[in-house]
Write a protein that binds this ligand. Structure first.
Ligand SMILES: Nc1ncnc2c1ncn2[C@@H]1O[C@H](COP(=O)(O)OP(=O)(O)O)[C@@H](O)[C@H]1O
Ligand SMILES: [Mg+2]
Length: 256
């Protein structure tokens, strides 16, 4: 089971678009995928559950339950092989006791470690912007980090800041965490500034940058309104083509 966290502390960097479409792309390739929505904005949950907000009695961060809770909370989506744990509106109830718990940063790690290995092939965490306790938990629970970035000035500094955070997580909480890749998003190849930023990222971070970048595509912005992934909404679009290519890069590391 590969556990991948999608994170960038900046909002609007393409995290949710990437989390949903990568998860759907992997599911499309026959992988069993669990997408976990950790953002109180709940865009991922709304997108994949057709706008429904399911009544949930329990929350992933419940201190008194273990791995069994994960399967209990996972819901089917309209995409075959893709399940989701939606953001739970009752999470805030747990937050206070969680903050006081000595293992507050390791709660997700523990739960997912005890999950039977054949439950899902991939677990993908979509995070809120900023570095809150649930993001720290996701970084502690995962082995891989995908960093979506917009190809704009100052992006580089954001990535450098995030890499410092990763280093401290590696030291304190999770030596297994590594950068799976930096993914430039919303790239318009016709805009020179965009391409310069992509080149700058490659110059600075080398092979940490995916070979694929995600082009600016209005279809990617539209598909959530129809509660569809890009592969359901327009499988021939630039967005579908590019996300399929990143999924190929992710899959190529399956046996490494
Ligand atoms: N490649 C893209 N082309 C066009 N719009 C995009 C693309 N990627 C993301 N967007 C749009 O940009 C906005 C921010 O993306 P989102 O994935 O929600 O970012 P985050 O989760 O990091 O806040 C959304 O409106 C989304 O539809
Ligand atoms: Mg988001």
């Amino acid at each position: 089971m590969r556990k991948i966290v999608i994170n960038n502390q900046k909002g609007g960097s393409g995290k949710t678009t990437t989390a949903v479409n990568i998860s759907a792309g992997l599911a499309d390739k026959g992988k069993k995928v669990l997408l976990v929505d950790l953002d109180p904005g709940a865009s991922t949950s709304i997108w994949l559950l057709g706008g429904e907000r399911p009544e949930v009695e329990k929350d992933l961060f419940d201190l008194n339950s273990g791995a069994e809770l994960i399967s209990e909370l996972a819901l089917k989506t309209t995409v075959k092989n893709l399940d989701i744990i939606p953001f739970s509106p009752i999470r805030h109830r747990n937050t206070k006791s969680l903050k006081e718990s000595p293992n507050k940063s390791q709660l997700l790690k523990k739960k997912f470690q005890n999950l039977p290995g054949n439950s899902w092939d991939y677990v993908i965490f979509d995070c809120a912007p900023g570095l809150n306790l649930s993001t720290v938990n996701a970084l502690a629970a995962s082995e891989e980090l995908i960093i979506p970035v917009v190809a704009q000035a100052l992006t580089l500094y954001g990535v450098i800041g995030l890499l410092e955070t990763v280093e401290s997580i590696q030291l304190k909480l999770n030596p297994d965490l590594h950068i799976a890749g930096i993914l430039p998003c919303r790239v318009d190849p016709a805009i020179r500034h965009n391409m310069e930023i992509v080149e700058l990222l490659i110059e600075r971070f080398g092979i940490l940058v995916y070979n694929t970048y995600i082009r600016e595509d209005i279809k990617l912005a539209e598909c959530p309104s129809f509660f569809q992934t890009i592969f359901q909404y327009d499988p021939k679009s630039y967005g579908a083509t590019d996300y399929r290519a990143v999924v190929g890069e992710i899959l190529s590391k399956d046996n490494k």
